[in-house]
Write a protein that binds this ligand. Structure first.
Ligand SMILES: CC(C)(COP(=O)(O)OP(=O)(O)OC[C@H]1O[C@@H](n2cnc3c(N)ncnc32)[C@H](O)[C@@H]1OP(=O)(O)O)[C@@H](O)C(=O)NCCC(=O)NCCS
Length: 170
């Protein structure tokens, strides 16, 4: 496995290896994980997920950030968390998904805090955004606990999403 780019108290953030695709397929093959990600759309099929995975590899290659593979300190796969480019505005977007049995342990909050502290060291952006389907209470709570400010409800693909912003610390 690639060395972690970043570590927090319990988590390691790794670039993906090309052979890691099955980990992502298992994560996103879970209906509960997908609930707020597909919002009535058909399940993500393999070509769609492979395109996402190749995007994660390409983002890391090009920028040094991506939606990283997240493991525990023993290398056990937990989920993914990191940054992508939000197409409509080009802003850097924080995102995360963890395996269902691991929810409620504070992993997403720990990941968000570590990633937000790290990104300004490696990328000259003045802010980062995050968003979640408006009714997705858990994800909104994670963004709030990570210190992001609510900026309003905007449609993404016709679905109301709550947007948040985090500014580069002075
Ligand atoms: C959203 C997700 C990443 C949260 O991960 P997690 O590790 O369980 O999050 P944390 O434990 O750090 O924090 C969750 C917080 O939300 C709260 N919460 C949980 N369900 C909630 C709900 N329905 N409404 C409001 N708050 C809720 C928890 O109580 C906790 O807050 P607290 O620490 O103040 O008690 C996880 O549920 C997930 O992977 N979901 C599937 C993929 C997904 O939806 N990703 C986000 C896309 S925007």
């Amino acid at each position: 496995m690639n060395s972690p780019v970043l570590q927090s108290e319990r988590l390691c953030f790794h670039p993906w290896d090309p052979e890691d695709f099955p980990l992502l397929a298992v994560l996103h093959g879970d209906r509960e994980v997908q609930h707020f990600l597909q919002m009535g759309d058909p399940p993500w099929d393999e070509p769609y997920l492979r395109a996402k995975f190749h995007g994660f590899l390409a983002d890391y290659e090009a920028h040094g950030w991506t939606k990283f593979k997240v493991t525990d300190k023993d290398g056990i796969f937990l989920g993914r968390a990191g940054f992508g480019c939000f197409g409509p505005t080009g802003e850097l977007e924080l995102g995360y998904s963890f395996k269902r049995p691991l929810w409620g342990r504070g992993y997403a909050t720990e990941a968000a805090a570590a990633l937000l502290a790290w990104i300004y060291r490696v990328e000259p952006v003045d802010h980062v955004i995050g968003f979640a389907v408006a009714e997705h209470g858990a994800s909104r709570r994670v963004l709030e606990k990570a210190g992001m400010s609510f900026t309003g409800i905007r449609d993404v693909d016709g679905i109301p999403n709550a947007f948040y912003r985090h500014d580069r610390p002075a």
